[in-house]
Design a protein. Structure first.
Length: 421
C-alpha cells in the first residue's frame, strides 16, 4: 500500500512539474512577441535555434554518457567528472561576458554563445537528475531559459520598458554565471579525486564513448531543427519571426510527445514490433490532432501578437501541422535505432539528407517562400522517417502503419501547398 501511494505521489509530482515547465516553455516565447518587433523576435529565435544546435557539440555527448557510466556500469565515482564539466564552461562564460561588456562581441554573437552554453549546462545536469530518479526536477532544469524569459516579460510589462532583448541578454548572462557557479558548488561538495586524476582517469574514457553521440545528435538536430537558421540566411530575420510564431503554436506537438515519452518510455521502447507500430502510430496521431486543435486559434492569436499586421498564414500553419507528427516519428525511432546499434548507418543516410537539403534551398532560392520552405522541409522529414523505418525493418522491426501514415502526411502537405487558398 505504501509503495502504491508513493508511486501515485511520484506520478502527481512529475505531472505537476511537467505541466509547469512545458506550459511556460509553450507560452513564454509567444507572449514575448508582444514586447518586441518582428525583426527582434527573429533575431532571438535565430540565436535560439543556432545555440540549440551548437549546444549539441558544447555538451560533448555527456547527456547520453551519464546514464551509461553511472546507471548501466554503476561507476558512481565518475559523477564528479560530469560535474567538473561545469568548471571550464564557467570560466568560458566569464570570458565571454567580459568580452561582451567590453564591446568585443555584438548582440547577435553574444546571444548565440549564451544560448549555446546555457543549453549545454541545462541538458547535462537534467540528464544527471533524470538518471537519478528525479525526472520532475530534470524537466524544470531543461526549461530554465523559459523561466528567465518569463521574468523578462513580467519586468518589461510591469515597468513599461522598451529594450526587451537587451534585458533578456543581461538576465541570460546572470543565469549562465549562476548555472556555472551551481556546477562548481556541487563539484566542490562531491569530489574526492584531484582534478588531474579526473582528467587523466575519467574524462578520456567518457569522451571516447560520447563522441558518436555528438555526431548523431548533430545529424538529427540539424535535420529537425535548423529551419530558422536557413530562413534567416535565405529570407531575413522578419521571416524568421513569422515562421517562429507559427512553429511555436505547433509546438504543442512537443509537449504532447514529451509527456508520453516520460510517462510511457519503457512500454513504448521495449514493445515487440507489432505493438511498437501501433504505439508509434497512436503517438503521431495524437500529436496531429493536438496541432489541429491549435489551428483554430491561430488566426486570432496571430492578430493579437502581430498587432493587426497582415501576416495571417493558415497555409503555413497547416504545413507545419502536417510535419510535426513526422518530427515526432523521427525522434521516436532515433532511440530504437540507437538501441539496435544502428546509429552509424542512420548517421550516414540521414547525414546525406542534411547535406542535400541546403543545396535544394539554394537552387530554388529565387522562388523560396515560407510555405515552399515548409513543404520541402516536411518532405525531407518524411524521407528521413522512411529511411529509419527501412533500417529498423532490417532488424525485424516492421513499422508498416507508421510508414503509410507518414506517406499520407507527405501527400497531404503537397495537396495543401498546391490547392489551399
Amino acid at each position: 500500500m505504501q509503495n502504491k501511494m508513493g508511486m501515485l505521489k511520484k506520478i502527481e509530482q512529475n505531472l505537476l512539474f511537467f505541466a509547469l515547465a512545458k506550459g511556460v516553455a509553450f507560452l513564454a516565447p509567444i507572449f514575448f512577441l508582444k514586447f518586441v518587433s518582428l525583426e527582434e523576435y527573429g533575431v532571438v529565435e535565430f540565436s535560439y535555434a543556432f545555440g540549440s544546435m551548437t549546444a549539441v557539440i558544447a555538451s560533448l555527448g555527456l547527456t547520453g554518457a551519464y546514464p551509461y557510466f553511472v546507471l548501466k556500469r554503476q561507476e558512481y565515482e565518475k559523477r564528479q567528472a560530469f560535474l567538473f564539466y561545469g568548471i571550464p564552461v564557467l570560466i568560458l562564460s566569464v570570458v565571454f561576458c567580459l568580452m561582451r561588456w567590453s564591446g568585443f562581441l555584438n548582440e547577435q554573437v553574444s546571444l548565440i554563445i549564451l544560448f549555446t552554453l546555457i543549453f549545454a549546462l541545462q541538458r547535462v545536469y537534467s540528464s544527471i537528475l533524470k538518471s537519478e530518479g528525479e525526472g520532475y526536477l530534470g524537466v524544470l532544469f531543461d526549461g530554465g531559459y523559459y523561466f528567465v524569459l518569463t521574468a523578462v516579460i513580467l519586468i518589461v510589462w510591469a515597468f513599461h520598458l522598451t529594450q526587451a532583448v537587451a534585458l533578456l541578454e543581461v538576465m541570460m548572462q546572470v543565469y549562465l554565471l549562476g548555472l556555472g557557479g551551481f556546477y562548481l558548488w556541487k563539484f566542490l561538495h562531491m569530489h574526492t579525486k584531484s582534478i588531474q586524476s579526473i582528467i587523466r582517469d575519467d574524462c578520456g574514457e567518457i569522451l571516447r564513448f560520447s563522441f558518436h553521440m555528438i555526431v548523431s545528435g548533430i545529424v538529427i538536430y540539424w535535420l529537425t531543427s535548423c529551419a530558422r537558421i536557413y530562413i534567416k540566411y535565405f529570407m531575413g530575420y522578419e521571416q524568421v519571426g513569422i515562421y517562429s510564431l507559427y512553429y511555436r503554436f505547433a509546438g504543442i506537438a512537443v509537449i504532447i510527445y514529451l509527456f508520453i515519452y516520460i510517462a510511457f518510455f519503457q512500454k513504448i521502447y521495449m514493445a515487440e514490433s507489432r505493438k511498437m507500430d501501433r504505439y508509434y502510430l497512436a503517438v503521431m496521431v495524437l500529436v496531429f490532432c493536438g496541432c489541429l486543435a491549435c489551428f483554430f486559434f491561430a488566426p486570432i492569436l496571430s492578430r493579437f501578437f502581430f498587432g493587426g499586421a497582415n501576416v495571417e498564414n493558415t497555409r503555413l500553419f497547416l504545413l507545419l501541422i502536417f510535419q510535426m507528427p513526422l518530427w515526432v516519428g523521427i525522434s521516436l525511432c532515433e532511440g530504437v535505432v540507437s538501441r539496435e546499434n544502428m546509429v552509424r548507418q542512420m548517421n550516414f543516410r540521414i547525414g546525406t539528407l542534411v547535406l542535400i537539403f541546403p543545396l535544394v534551398l539554394y537552387i530554388i532560392r529565387e522562388y523560396l517562400s515560407l510555405e515552399l520552405f515548409a513543404l520541402f522541409n516536411g518532405v525531407f522529414f518524411a524521407i528521413a522517417f522512411g529511411l529509419q523505418i527501412w533500417l529498423l525493418s532490417r532488424k525485424g522491426i516492421v513499422l508498416q502503419k507508421c510508414f503509410w501514415f507518414a506517406l499520407a502526411l507527405m501527400i497531404g502537405s503537397i495537396i495543401i501547398y498546391f490547392v489551399y487558398f
